[in-house]
Design a protein around this ligand. Structure first.
Ligand code: BJ8
Length: 429
């Protein structure tokens, strides 16, 4: 196996006012972890080479593309949430990038400023900016923040002192008044993006952007359906990686590569080429998003011989399950459609959130899983409490169920491994 390395671009990073020395150490560590976690897998689909290369170039050629977009006056907007109406950014010729928030490496930077007892995703993301150790943060024009959870919405006030942060109010219920409020927020966001790009978004721009996003989401749906085959033609780790890269890559190119991989997976299924053995336990994960490079749970579960066949998560089905009408006649209608589409995302910040309980059960059946692991991050009150309702639903339906609450540190790995193994044994009985 050739040695994997995430490519270094120290000159560019210096120009971006990064802490180059520190970032370079993180780059080497991430490369090692990636090699161990990903490249040690046997019999991976050839189409994964594109996504491995995306990781190798994550801090290089993709950053260059973003810089080129900026040169052309196209806005680059960073986000932490799937509520960002990406269609509007694309319609204005802009670029939307998900920001990293899945690493323990940046948490100490955040803890110098933020309280320690808040969600690790918020700390990790904030720490990347505070420590100047993320090139994406250094390139973007502004951050899109939202009022989904308390940790995030209060952090935006502090983050705004370092990088302009536009906060959109996300309703917490799904009544008519909430729909109207959210539509007004979407319109305000459109105005903000237009003023940044100096370009008025037309209905044709919106239709084109909607087609692009639908195609990207359809490609991910196709991938998810194929992995549900038993035995599955691709590991859960690999699908998670693709779902994570979905937030970084250029959407048209990304959809093309995912579809090419899907062609290969269809052939694998026809030829009966599978990754794990036929007897591997099939696990579905539900819960909080696993931001890059959070591969902890997948690594544990698949390291124990099982396979993950579905992620009910924002880095997973919540991002791509819903499409929207591409052919609306006028701007008002397309913005209403867009609002309705985004309001179908069943984040735990909503109350009540019965749709999510139903969705978890639906995905469990569709994926042919044999058990559910609900994954939550420490101090995430909404997912930690909603877990009770997911557990009750699993008990009612007789679904083997396990709840994990974790963070990004390696400290609980041994204990989690024991619990995961016990859960897999219970499924195998
Ligand atoms: S739509 S799930 S991406 S908010 S884990 S930071 S909720 S304390 S990530 Fe999310 Fe948007 Fe919802 Fe999806 Fe807060 Fe919880 Fe941390 Fe969270």
């Amino acid at each position: 196996m050739t040695h994997f390395e995430i490519k270094a671009y120290p000159e560019m990073w210096k120009d971006l006012d990064m802490d180059v020395e520190r970032f370079d150490k993180m780059r080497l560590m991430l490369g090692e972890i990636f090699e161990k976690t990903y490249l040690s897998q046997k019999n991976r689909p050839a189409g994964m080479a594109y996504f491995d290369n995306m990781i190798a170039e994550l801090h290089g050629s993709r950053i260059k593309e973003l810089l080129a977009a900026k040169e052309e006056g196209r806005p680059v907007i960073g986000t932490f949430c799937v509520y960002i109406p990406e269609e509007i950014v694309l319609a204005a010729g802009g670029v939307c990038v998900g920001l990293c928030g899945g690493s323990q490496g940046s948490v100490p930077d955040a803890e110098k400023i933020l309280p320690r007892n808040i969600c690790p995703m918020v700390k990790s993301a904030f720490g990347f900016k505070a420590g100047r150790i993320c090139p994406y943060f250094q390139v973007l024009d502004f951050v899109y923040g939202e009022t989904t959870c308390d940790a995030k919405k209060k952090t935006w006030e502090i983050l705004d002192e370092m990088v302009p942060t536009h906060v959109m109010e996300i309703p917490q219920m799904k009544n008519q008044t909430d729909q109207e409020m959210w539509l007004a927020e979407v319109k305000a966001f459109k105005t903000k993006v237009e003023s940044f790009s100096g370009k008025e978004v037309t209905i044709e721009d919106m239709r084109r952007a909607t087609r692009t996003m639908n195609n990207k989401r359809k490609a991910l749906q196709r991938l998810n359906t194929l992995r549900h085959t038993n035995p599955t033609p691709i590991s859960g780790k690999d699908v998670l990686l693709i779902e994570q890269i979905a937030f970084y890559d250029e959407p048209i190119r990304f959809a093309r590569e995912v579809n090419e991989l899907c062609d290969e997976l269809e052939k694998r299924i026809a030829d009966n080429v599978a990754i794990p053995s036929k007897n591997a336990a099939r696990i579905m994960v539900a819960g909080v998003p696993m931001a890059l490079p959070n591969w902890k749970l997948h690594n544990l579960v698949e390291g124990a011989g099982a396979v993950i066949v579905n992620e009910e998560s924002c880095i997973g089905t919540r991002y791509y399950k819903d499409l929207m009408d591409e052919n609306a006649e006028d701007m008002e209608t397309i913005l209403q459609n867009l609002t309705s589409r985004y309001m179908q995302i069943d984040c735990s910040c909503f109350t009540p959130n019965n749709e999510r309980i139903d969705q978890v059960l639906r995905e469990y059946k569709e994926s042919g899983a044999q058990g559910i692991i609900h994954y939550s991050l420490q101090f995430c009150h909404t997912y930690n409490i909603e877990e009770i309702r997911i557990r009750q639903a699993c008990e009612r339906e007789g679904i083997p169920y396990m709840f994990i609450e974790s963070d990004y540190s390696p400290e609980d790995v041994g204990q989690l491994q024991t619990r995961v193994e016990a859960f897999l044994e219970q499924i195998g009985e």
